[in-house]
Design a protein around this ligand. Sequence first.
Ligand code: NAD
Length: 502
Amino acid sequence: MTKSSAHVSVNNYQMYINGEWLASDKEQKINVVNPANERVIASVPKASREQAKEALEAAEHAQPGWEDFPPIKRATFLFETAKVIRRDKERLARLLTSEQGKPLFEARLEIEGAASNFEYYAEFARRIEGDVLPSDNPRQTVMILRLPLGVVASITPWNFPSATVARKLAPALITGNTVVTKPSSNTPLSTIEMVRLMEEAGFPKGVVNVVTGSGSDVGDELVTSKITGLVTMTGSTEAGRTIMSHSSIHLPKLILELGGKAPFIVWHDADIPWALKCAIWARFWNCGQTCICSERMYVDEKIKDKFVPAFVRMVKDLRLGDPLGNGTDLGPMVSREERETSMNFVRKATQEGDRIIIGGEFPVTPDRGWFFEPTVIEDVKQKSSLVQDEIFGPVVPILGVDSFDKAIDYANDSKYGLASYVFTKDSTRVLKAMNRIKFGESYINQVGPEQLQGAHTGFRQSGLGAEGSKYGLECYTQLKTCYVDWNDKPALPYLFPYRDKK
Ligand code: NAD
């Protein structure tokens, strides 16, 4: 195994296992490409399964010592991590944009969000709460404790490579677990840099480890190992399903934050100029590659003829270009494959007779990079794949609806159930939407992103468990009930022998 003390040399990044920076033991690499110009910007090791195993063993070895620290001491490492992330915010944001393609403005917000996750969960140090309950028996107490699960395998996607990993590492660590994290091969650099900052923040060796490699190989090793106590994965529903099935061998706990197909309902009584601004952003931020992005719009028939042209005019004004440049609204998509997937939705819609009112092409300029014109499609059917399947790119279908109840029925007619949006000023409609729309989040007269204190969770195939909030924290703990007797002369009426009992 190749060892070194640095995490990067000439952009050859390394993995972090048991406090050491390592290359692949098979000397294999994965290239990281800048989606805005298609140039290779760095490489990361392609880890072997054996290296993933070593990382798990290191985390297992470090866990009892980490659990022994009082949470308030564990919190000091998380606070320090937040501090050094903020110190390096600009550098991290530029790196994030270079590997993922989002506009620098959004990347800065994401880095700020990552730092805030560490602070938010550090503040739970004195609030990892159990229960003390009365017993059914005299002089006994029932206590429910929250214990760490042990080793957490964290698996993250490419669309928010800094925020998603921070949202997993922070609650896992404050509750006394140790972690092996695996980023997406499209965007591994942001995670490696975050772990380097965690090393600087002083985390003891083995508490945080990062391995890089494919999901089906390295990811699968993390998921199927008997060392792993919890798998927390954010990604596609398809991969979540595979993880659920493969992990059944040792049954670790699972948090799965999966795909979405957010409905965006606009009613005639809404603040329409505001709804338009929100609709544009909710679909096109991060070039449409966000799990809570608006993926289908349901517009009240009464306003559709005015709303849709106004929406299209605003789409025309979006500035597509260099994500590091000033004033860019949309950068490229993350990869050629993702762009192709979005284009396939457009091709299919065209074949089915849907009407593309703007976009639908790869732009002529910039002439390199995986850019995609923001696209709006009308006359779409509810049962079409454009409305039923996750697009995850800058393409939005718009449907007219003639009743609010029908809009809710259409919204719920989905295998996904993550985020939803409703714009109306009528309080009865607001309450109806809150109760009847079966999605884990509803943004009402407002857009995301989700906030730290909110529970990020989904109905149906959008996942299991939660992230963010105290409920997200609880998912990283194992309940343990203790029945404690404090009788001087203990006695229970139902013990053996039964011969004198009726
Ligand atoms: P993906 O499922 O392709 O990959 C996500 C991660 O899982 C990657 O690190 C990948 O290597 C790993 N992986 C894939 N197969 C695996 C397996 N069999 N075993 C172990 N690990 C495996 O997803 P992606 O393309 O990176 O991200 C886009 C998807 O993520 C979209 O569907 C989006 O909606 C979803 N997402 C959901 C949320 C949420 O909070 N619900 C947030 C962001 C993204």
